[in-house]
Design a binder for this molecule. Structure first.
Ligand code: NAD
Length: 710
């Protein structure tokens, strides 16, 4: 008796199988579920049973593969066999002679969609929030339950490449247009009625690929129509993946080779590629960080357990500039009432207009409605009057990056805030404990470091000052989750975690320029390393003058504290360019010339920084860019700026785009092994300077054979 799939035989002879995996919020493909499906299929042998409807008793249809099971596999035979076992059930289901229909009542993703694809027809509830798709590629995997094989035979090779290779989900209407669904229903009753009607009308259903005259829609892999596609698809994919994501290549190979083979041979080829993906270091890294560690963070791993859950009802924001306006938008969107304060009513109104702009665009594109827009806008009150801040449970300061201004607004706001309100600063560079000196209640003072553009960037770096208490941290954490962002928690330090490590990437690239590395090679190395933007272009975006300002400020602060300051060798280049007015994108010139049609490397750059006659191997440049970051992250861990490995990894990917296939800045060290990291770091240090000397914590791990772990 299998309790993962409940069976009910109706008077009409139609068997309804409802997937309902016990003890799980969602259905996932695992042995229990597949045994349940197999048991349902076995019942079709009974002459009294006319057909089968496969649906779900949960809110979703089926959310995908069971990652817990996958992460236990150590030998390629295990994923290969598990994938083939699922396929045997599905093949039996589609070849036994009676109709099977998927009634897709909720999300059908990954293995869930593959289950539905093996049914003779699919119907779904026409709800725009319902997602169908093969997102495996995002975890470094490929659909191993027949997804590449059936999709290319159902909707064509090109569409299959898109669905599996990009991993984006589609709503039912889109899936219907593509030919993936036989029909759309307005609710569950209509869905079941459509499924029943299809079974009655098709008593001897067969899959198109099991008919003798089957042809791939749009042509198989060797058809002339596909030849053009296969000539360019791998290059297009390589531009994005730079060869760092084996799943992208494996998906393409599986679809290409599957398009030359019969169904069963294609299925076996797909399972082999599936096993290769499961075994790849890239998928292990991605799943480790972007699944397990991310989920742990979202469940509150970095939140103090003591204080009870909290919710922000009314939020005050000081400064309605770029950041304040963005924070107002994401908070109002989460249902929070926002008071947006600036020095003039015009500035405050401009801050609110930012939300209006975003919402107007959403309405125009059909992603929102005028009513929803107006309701959201009504939540934001732009003002210059501090009295309106009364009753705010959280206040976020986002005024100019200037200590005196921040101190002034802190005092003025605290005069009207209730005694238990939390005060947060969105400073990007000023240590929180110093800013808290202006506060009457430093225990309730915290850093909430947002990233720009606020509505797009998923991370908020929470900074705990010397005197910040646990309740304040918990409330900051709860607020970040409330607005749908991911919090990481770090201790106070110059540049905190993200800005400090991100800076090493950019500065390393700039240092190469000084040494005579060709700027194109530097930029190519950044992309090959898997970073979203190359270092010189990135410094132009951030602005060279800002980099210089932060460096000078740090130098001044350290002198006051009586501490030594060692300037990064790359800073000399930044200074040199700033002196001739090339301060970055905001003035149209930096390392690049920025025009309306895009950017080109400044032609004079190699005159100022002559290219050396012998150029280093590209891998050395890549290593320098990545080791600089990973080593700095390790130092942050050692100095207890970082409080957890999960925060380090997730923060690096979400904060500044650290190459996701490495699984984050500390996972980079783990995957390579601490001993190998130390060895390569010492080689780089001997050649390029002491900044590459491995952090003591990694040297210890290398000696003990350990790795970074929470
Ligand atoms: P901005 O210049 O766009 O906005 C600052 C706003 O504060 C302006 O509208 C200004 O009128 C207002 N303001 C100045 N003094 C004020 C006062 N006394 N009272 C009320 N309002 C006042 O700057 P921004 O980019 O939004 O940055 C704001 C803060 O966020 C800074 O501390 C910055 O370091 C930090 N930050 C910026 C970024 C970024 O990418 N821009 C990222 C993270 C953090």
């Amino acid at each position: 008796m299998n309790n993962a799939v409940n069976l009910t035989l109706g008077d009409d002879g139609i068997l309804v199988a409802l997937m309902d995996l016990p003890g799980r919020p969602m259905n996932v493909v695992n042995d229990a579920l597949m045994e349940g499906v197999a048991a349902a299929v076995a019942k079709l042998a009974d002459p009294a049973v006319k057909g089968l409807i496969l649906s779900s008793a949960k809110a979703d249809f089926c959310a995908g593969g069971d990652l817990d099971r996958m992460s236990k596999w150590t030998m390629p035979e295990e994923p290969f066999e598990a994938s083939m076992a699922m396929k045997r059930v599905l093949r039996q289901m589609e070849q036994q002679g009676k109709p099977v229909v998927a009634a897709v009542n909720g999300h059908a993703l990954g293995g869930g969609l593959e289950l539905a694809l093996a049914c003779h027809a699919r119907f779904a509830i026409d709800d725009t929030r319902l997602k169908l798709g093969q997102p495996e590629v995002k975890l470094g995997l490929l659909p191993g339950g027949g997804g590449t094989v059936r999709l290319s035979r159902l909707v064509g090779i090109q569409a299959a490449l898109q669905i599996c290779g990009e991993g984006a989900d589609m709503n039912p209407a889109k899936a219907h247009t593509l030919g993936l669904l036989a029909g759309l229903a307005k609710d569950r009753d209509e869905l079941m009625a459509q499924a029943r009607a299809w079974i009655v009308a098709n008593p001897k259903a067969k899959q198109p690929w099991d008919l003798p005259k089957f042809k791939f829609p749009g042509g198989d892999s060797k058809s002339p129509a596909m030849a053009q596609l296969w000539a360019i698809a791998p290059s297009i994919a390589s531009v994005k993946s730079q060869g760092n994501y084996p799943a992208v290549q494996h998906i393409m190979s599986s679809i290409f080779e599957g398009g030359l083979l019969d169904f069963d041979a294609a299925s076996m080829v797909e399972s082999r590629y599936f096993a290769a993906c499961v075994m790849s270091q890239a998928s292990k890294n991605i799943i480790h960080t972007l699944w397990y560690q991310l989920n742990a963070i979202k469940k509150g791993a970095s939140r103090p357990a003591g204080p009870g859950p909290s919710k922000v009802k009314k939020l005050g924001i000081l400064g309605a500039g770029m950041m304040g306006a963005g924070i107002a938008y994401v908070s109002a969107k989460a249902g929070i009432d926002v008071v947006l304060l600036d020095t003039t009513q015009e500035a405050a109104d401009r801050g609110k207009a930012y939300s209006q702009g975003l919402l107007d665009k959403a309405v125009k594109r059909g992603r929102s409605t005028a009513d929803k827009r107006d309701a959201l806008l009504a939540k934001i009150t732009p003002t210059t009057d501090y009295a309106l801040l009364a009753g705010c449970d959280l206040l976020i300061e986002a005024v100019f990056e200037d200590r005196a201004t921040k101190a002034d607004v802190t005092r003025r706001a605290e005069a009207v805030l209730g005694v238990d309100a939390v005060f947060a600063s969105n400073t990007s560079t000023l240590p929180i404990s110093g800013l808290a000196q202006a506060s009457q209640r430093p225990a309730q003072f915290i850093g909430l470091h947002f990233f720009s553009p606020v509505d797009k960037m998923p991370l908020v770096e929470i900074i705990v000052g010397d005197r910040t208490d646990e309740t304040t941290l918990a409330r900051g954490f709860d607020y970040v989750l409330q607005i749908g962002k991911t919090p990481i928690v770090v201790n106070d330090s110059r540049g905190f975690y993200t800005s400090r490590v991100f800076g090493t990437y950019v500065m390393e690239g700039i240092t190469m320029l000084k040494e005579g590395v060709h700027p194109r090679s530097i930029e190519a190395a950044g992309l090959q390393a898997g970073m979203p933007m190359p270092p010189l272009a990135l410094q132009d975006e951030v602005s060279l003058s800002l980099g210089l300002h932060v460096a000078d400020q740090t130098k001044k602060d350290l002198a006051t504290e009586g501490k030594a300051y060692t300037e990064h060798p790359g800073m000399a280049v930044v200074r040199q360019l700033c002196e001739i007015g090339r301060v970055g994108k905001k003035v149209g010139k930096g390392f690049y010339d920025w025009g309306d049609d895009g950017k080109v490397l400044w032609p004079e750059l190699t005159r100022h920084f002559p290219v050396a006659p012998t150029q280093p191997p590209q891998q050395e440049l890549i290593d320098r860019l990545m080791f600089a970051q990973a080593n700095e992250a390790a130092r942050c861990y050692e100095e207890k700026v970082l409080r957890s490995v999960a925060d380090a990894n997730v923060g690096s990917i979400f904060g500044w785009g650290f190459a996701p296939f490495h699984g984050g800045a500390l996972q980079f060290v783990n995957a390579m092994g601490a001993a190998a990291f130390v060895k390569r770091s010492r080689e780089l240090a001997a050649k390029f300077g002491p900044r590459f000397e491995p952090a003591a914590v990694v040297v210890q791990l290398a000696a003990s054979g350990g790795h970074f772990a929470d």
